[in-house]
Design a protein around this ligand. Sequence first.
Ligand code: SAM
Length: 265
Amino acid sequence: MARAFPQDYINHIFQGDCLNLMKEIPDEAVSLILTDPPYGIRYQNQFSVSPHPILEGDAGIDYKQFAKESYRILAMHSHAYFFTRFDCYPYHFECLKAAGFSIKNCLVIEKGNLGGIGDLKGSFSNNAEWIIFCQKGRRPFNATTLLENRKKEGTLFQKERIPSKKYKTRFPACWFGPEYPKSTYNATWQRKHQIYHPTIKNVDCLSWLIQISSNPGDVVFDGFSGTASTAVAALTTGRRFLGAEISLDYWQIGQKRLNQYKEDE
Ligand SMILES: C[S@@+](CC[C@H](N)C(=O)[O-])C[C@H]1O[C@@H](n2cnc3c(N)ncnc32)[C@H](O)[C@@H]1O
């Protein structure tokens, strides 16, 4: 059970450094961490007419401290998801483990766009996002209606086994194909919605993770909010949010997006 929270922290994205905000958050105050930290790679897309600016803070954060603070602010028996990349994975894994998390899986979720940086002619293009899935204590997954079983409800696979349910109760760690939401939006989506960010995540994908791992009314924390995708996903699923974003420009895009969401409600 999460600890009481000052009301002015609820449904708020602070413009500033995530680690400064985290220092002010009481122990065990948030029910889910779903976050997409900078990887320290100074990524800048080259595919569009006007390349995105290099992300502020993308030279890296103090990940060890971030992992420690994440463990401290998360309620016992709760889940945490940290986006990562194949080359940062070993370090992120070690930091999260040292902080006390039990690391359960690495989710691999198909991107909505083909990623490519560095040696475009001599390396495979990244078509998936990696997410480190952690638990503090142990929390079973929620029963959801996100994925229907292929077999008809009530099918008995073997004698004396429970008949199959309408919806899947177990999810695979790889989300590929039409049944699953993509992890990112592509350039066409960004142009259509006029929301630009080099590493924007897909709200449907975030909302699936939120539904699997938290309850309505819970507080979802994203310390690297970017364009507020996690906050929008939290609201669409009846949760609350708290976050930080260091870049004034992206913070403003996030505020505009949240205001638009409230107007459309
Ligand atoms: C990988 S992006 C997140 C994108 C986001 N998931 C979205 O859908 O828009 C990481 C974000 O963290 C921000 N950032 C970098 N260092 C930060 C820090 N120390 N505190 C807060 N935000 C930071 C960057 O400006 C960037 O927008």
